[in-house]
Ligand binder design. Sequence first.
Ligand SMILES: [Zn+2]
Length: 231
Amino acid sequence: MERYRILPITECYGGMEHRLYPVVLFGPEDAVLVDCGYPGCSAALEEALTQAGVRPEQLTKLLLTHQDDDHMGAAFELVQRYPRLQVAASRTERPFLSGEKKNLRLEQAEQLQEHLPEEQKAFGLQFCQRLRAARPVKVDLEVEEGDWFPWAGGCRVLATPGHTPGHISLYLEQEQVLITGDAAVAEGGRLEVANPQFCLDPEQAERSLERLRGVPCARYICYHGGVLEKG
Ligand SMILES: [Zn+2]
């Protein structure tokens, strides 16, 4: 039986096409969507799910690797459409997702905005507005380092902070697959730190990447860049 499926979606944002790679994990009692794209992505996700033979209403959980809008943006609309969907995230990311604390990317962008050269200010402002458009979502289930779930034959939660403080990656032990989120991107056939200039803690991000490189696996699924076979 199929244990997981990659659901590539293409979203046009800010005049550019973005290819994103959410994944759905199948378990004995769950179908778990890992990350869900920008606000407005729910239609593209539903189509990708249907093409994969999964009815969107079959989804039981939405696991968010971190608080960035390209990963959690569609969460609010998905929960509206599928009320039984439980949202899961790390304890550290939770208050940023639920709106109890200000989104760290927005805080970073607002601070940067003041220092941008004049000709980039319009773009910076647009970026801030984009981040503000992501609606907060209630987190129903907290996960943390070492947690294990029977998804995809066995799924271990790995804390991979740096990109954001509570970022998590998922290790599908039986499948020998690592779902990196934004702890790593696939670039030119290599695993790299995603947008190092925007990492909230670059040194921590480098350590997390090293950790992921060391995990015994056959393939990495990166949210940006897609599949990278090891070796
Ligand atoms: Zn991302």
